[in-house]
Design a protein around this ligand. Structure first.
Ligand code: CU
Length: 121
């Protein structure tokens, strides 16, 4: 009898784990469907140019690999955003361009350079 109870507990634990992973993943993707990963390394943002649709929210996920202080901030001057980038930890910046144009993002000394290009479709 004890063996049966242990087995049932084991099976329901497995079911909870499977349910957690299988059911939670699609939900996470639905929330973050418009994400662009940007690598910060060797003096460049990769990709350096990101095209987006006007009025559409976009999440820019910066991953800084460069340990030099040069890369520690990313600044979106036109949007009034300045954010610290931790090393090896993705940092998400969410923006919604409200008009068409080219919006630059740089490190605080403007050695790293990238641009967000917003277009009306
Ligand atoms: Cu810099």
């Amino acid at each position: 009898m004890n063996v049966l109870i242990v087995n049932l507990a084991g099976i329901s634990t497995i079911a909870i784990i499977i349910g957690w992973f299988w059911l939670s993943k699609p939900k996470a993707q639905r929330v973050r469907k418009n994400v662009v990963d940007i690598l910060v390394e060797g003096g460049t943002y990769t990709p350096p140019r990101i095209e987006v649709e006007v009025g559409k929210e976009i999440t820019l996920r910066f991953l800084r690999k460069d340990a030099s202080p040069c890369a520690e901030k990313v600044v979106f001057e036109q949007f009034g955003i300045s954010a610290d980038l931790p090393i090896d930890i993705p940092k998400e910046i969410v923006v919604t361009p409200t008009e068409a144009g080219e919006f630059s993002f740089t490190c605080q000394m403007q050695m790293y350079k990238g641009s967000l290009v917003a277009k009306t479709v």
